[in-house]
Design a protein around this ligand. Structure first.
Ligand code: SF4
Length: 285
């Protein structure tokens, strides 16, 4: 297989040094390692700098409304469950506008992967504090410093019933590629929060800043099958270190497994020529 098959000719317009480049590289490496072909992969992306990734990965892509990447991705998976469906967006998109969808996706356990480019700021709209921005963060909407405390999405994901919860770092593309591939292999809703550098609107959290703090939780003996330990691992550390790796994984039936309509060929491939929809239309119109 050609490792460049997920490339596109168009060049990304992200700022030079943006962490999205590392995420894009990691995603392409993961898809290559999974031996997928471009026609087998569908990206659903939200609004923000991160959402543009569907323009620059050589696969199917749909760039939708702000905060709605998850319901679109779930609809795609139910319509064609043979596809590998990856939802992607930023912390503003997913943890602000899309928060309700995030919680319900965790509990529904549809077999999709959700990658969140988490940089603590709305980058595309030039730097407003996001739900994961630090208290005191000075931005265009918080000129005297943000008063609100950041929330912790991994704790919420575990509590809401997600069956795969992980965190990666945009500055470690190799390790992130391994996490993404593992998340795609997981049969169920697999969520990966990615610490992403925004060099333009959150420059204090530089690559150096992150490298001094991130560490691999699993190398320190964390057991990802232990739910209580996973929740404890999501707590902020007194020393400021930032855990990455696999926090939690559990096997559970997917939503699709409970839908007899999806047994057999994907809905998108069924022959609908002989189906009479006029009674349904009469009922609806
Ligand atoms: Fe990347 Fe930030 Fe530039 Fe957006 S504004 S492209 S997130 S560096």
């Amino acid at each position: 297989m050609d490792p460049t098959r997920f490339n596109r000719k168009a060049k990304p317009t992200w700022c030079p040094g943006c962490g999205n480049f590392g995420i894009q590289n990691a995603l392409k490496k993961a898809l290559h390692a999974l031996e997928l072909e471009p026609h087998q992969v569908l990206l659903s992306t939200g609004i923000g700098c991160s959402g543009k990734i569907s323009h620059w990965i050589g696969a199917y892509g749909y760039h939708g409304l702000h905060g709605r990447t998850l319901p679109v991705a779930i609809g795609m998976k139910l319509a064609n469950h043979a596809l590998t469906v990856i939802a992607e967006g930023g912390d503003g998109d997913g943890y602000s506008e899309g928060m309700g969808h995030f919680i319900h996706a965790c509990r529904r356990n549809v077999d999709i992967t959700y990658l969140v480019h988490n940089n603590g700021v709305f980058g595309l709209t030039t730097g407003q504090v996001s739900p994961t921005g630090d208290q005191g963060f000075v931005s265009s909407t918080t000129p005297a410093g943000a008063l609100e405390r950041p929330f912790h999405p991994l704790a919420l994901a575990v509590a809401a019933g997600a069956t795969y919860v992980a965190r990666g770092f945009s500055g470690d593309s190799e390790r992130l590629a391994g996490l993404i591939a593992d998340a795609v292999r997981h049969p169920g809703f697999a969520y990966v929060d990615i610490l992403q550098v925004c060099v333009s609107f959150n420059p204090a959290k530089s690559y150096k800043w992150y490298r001094e703090r991130v560490f691999d939780l699993n190398e320190e003996g964390h057991d990802p099958t232990d739910r209580a330990a996973a929740l404890a691992a999501t707590e902020p550390r007194a020393d400021g270190r930032l855990p990455t790796g696999l926090f939690y994984r559990v096997e559970a039936p997917t939503l699709e497994a409970g839908l007899p309509q999806l047994a057999g060929a994907p809905l998108a491939e069924r022959d609908v020529a002989g189906i009479d929809v006029s009674p349904l239309m009469e009922d609806l119109v």
